[in-house]
Design a protein. Structure first.
Length: 114
């Protein structure tokens, strides 16, 4: 099964539902796929990919940033640079939207049942 990996610093944003998207430089995911969520190396649940939109960094909006759990585009770009290094306005990224699937979603458990 494919996975979406997140650094542990994003755990609270994922738990609260504040983070509804992730922005990646590359992806092999497809809309409709169910993937396992890994946070800080810990298996945390499953999610379904809703959509994937290819954009240049210059096309990212403040709305995109908020859905990704950030206050604004500037804060998001700072985080992308920290993760990926050099980012320019022309850099291509993928905005991946996802939705919760189970009650064990992001609970910090390796067991996903009731």
């Amino acid at each position: 099964m494919k996975q979406l990996n997140f650094k542990k610093e994003y755990r609270e944003m994922l738990l609260s539902g504040q983070k509804l998207t992730t922005i990646r430089m590359n992806t092999n995911l497809k809309p409709g796929e169910v993937v396992e969520i890994i946070v800080g190396g810990e298996r945390c649940g499953y999610t379904r990919i809703k959509s994937i939109v290819k954009k240049r960094v210059s096309e990212i909006s403040n709305k995109d940033a908020v859905k990704d759990g950030f206050k604004n585009k500037k804060e998001l770009i700072r985080a992308l640079k920290k993760i990926y290094g050099r980012i320019t306005p022309q850099t291509q990224v993928y905005v991946i939207s996802f939705e919760r699937l189970d009650s064990g979603y992001f609970k910090g458990r390796t067991h996903y049942g009731n």
